[in-house]
Design a protein around this ligand. Structure first.
Ligand SMILES: Cc1ncc(C[n+]2csc(CCOP(=O)(O)OP(=O)(O)O)c2C)c(N)n1
Ligand code: SF4
Length: 267
């Protein structure tokens, strides 16, 4: 995380009149230049704008991590909670006031390691929360340790000989746990994030957005912009988003197809 109060102040002055702060907060993101999270921020802002969601009825909930900073950068109600508790707090917010549109946001460490026990329960309960998993396969905030979605062989300061652990596949987990809307997306394509979010927000149950992102500061090896751009591709034309078994079979074969993988129409 880099901070620069003076730069932020002058940027705010320059763009204050443009109207973007109707959805973006005046606290500009302090993510590293080039971080994939900027694309996710743009995608989510545009979805809120496209659906004309009243901002006083939108809540953004996060845990801890670079991704966990998100609520500060959104002009919505926000909760920056404790590490790994993004989903239970989001569940409480939604149950407390079902009129609210709730976005749960967090990294792969927050959502798959310390908070990994919560995904099955929000999925099986089908709580109407939109969960954006910012998956850069590394712990960014704590300076680059491997996460549960890091591939075997991933070298970091904490795994100098390469990670030996089998990675978790968050898309597969969400499908297996019974999530009723599952999309896999790329931070480098904000428009497709917006389009999927618009659909997922309208979906009356739990919506899971597995967003492949980059940590440009600590990962020079795996989820780099170059590698992601080379590998991501759209779902096949004949993909049927209503067929859960076909989705699971597809995800077992293909790690990089992007789009709305699954939706259960009855919610
Ligand atoms: C209970 C607890 N354990 C550990 C930490 C240290 N910690 C802070 S953020 C983080 C992981 C961040 O990685 P990720 O969730 O992937 O988010 P990113 O920073 O990559 O966006 C850890 C282990 C903490 N803050 N609280
Ligand atoms: S995830 Fe990586 S690139 Fe992004 S803000 Fe955190 S440390 Fe910087």
């Amino acid at each position: 995380m880099k901070t620069s109060g003076r730069v932020l102040a002058s940027q705010v002055d320059r763009i204050k009149d443009s109207g973007v702060f109707s959805i973006r907060s005046e606290n500009l993101p302090i993510w590293c230049p080039g971080c994939g999270y900027f694309g996710i921020h743009q995608g989510l802002n545009n979805a809120i704008q496209r659906l004309e969601l009243p901002l006083h009825q939108v809540v953004t909930v996060s845990g801890i991590g670079c991704a966990g900073r998100y609520p500060f950068f959104a002009n919505t109600y926000g909760l920056h909670t404790v590490h790994g508790r993004t989903l239970p707090v989001s569940t409480g917010v939604k149950l407390g006031n079902p009129e609210l549109t709730v976005f749960a946001v967090g990294g792969d460490g927050d959502g798959l390691a310390i908070g990994g026990g919560h995904l099955p329960h929000i999925a099986r309960r089908d709580i109407n929360v939109n969960y954006l998993l910012f998956d850069n396969s590394i712990y960014g905030l704590t300076k680059g340790q491997p996460s549960p979605s890091s591939p075997r062989g991933f070298t970091t300061k904490a795994s100098p000989a390469g990670s030996t652990e089998q990675p978790l596949n968050a898309t597969l987990l969400a499908l297996s746990y019974g999530a009723t809307f599952v999309a896999r997306l790329f931070a480098g394509d904000p428009e497709s994030i917006t389009e999927a979010l618009v659909e997922g927000i309208r979906h009356p149950g739990f919506s899971f957005f597995h967003i492949y992102s980059t940590c440009v500061t600590f990962d020079k090896q795996f989820k780099t912009w170059e590698n992601l751009k080379k590998n991501v591709h759209p779902l096949p034309d004949d993909h049927d988003p209503s067929d859960r078994a076909q989705c699971i079979a597809h995800v077992l074969e293909d790690d990089f197809s992007m789009g709305i993988l699954y939706r259960k129409e009855s919610g």
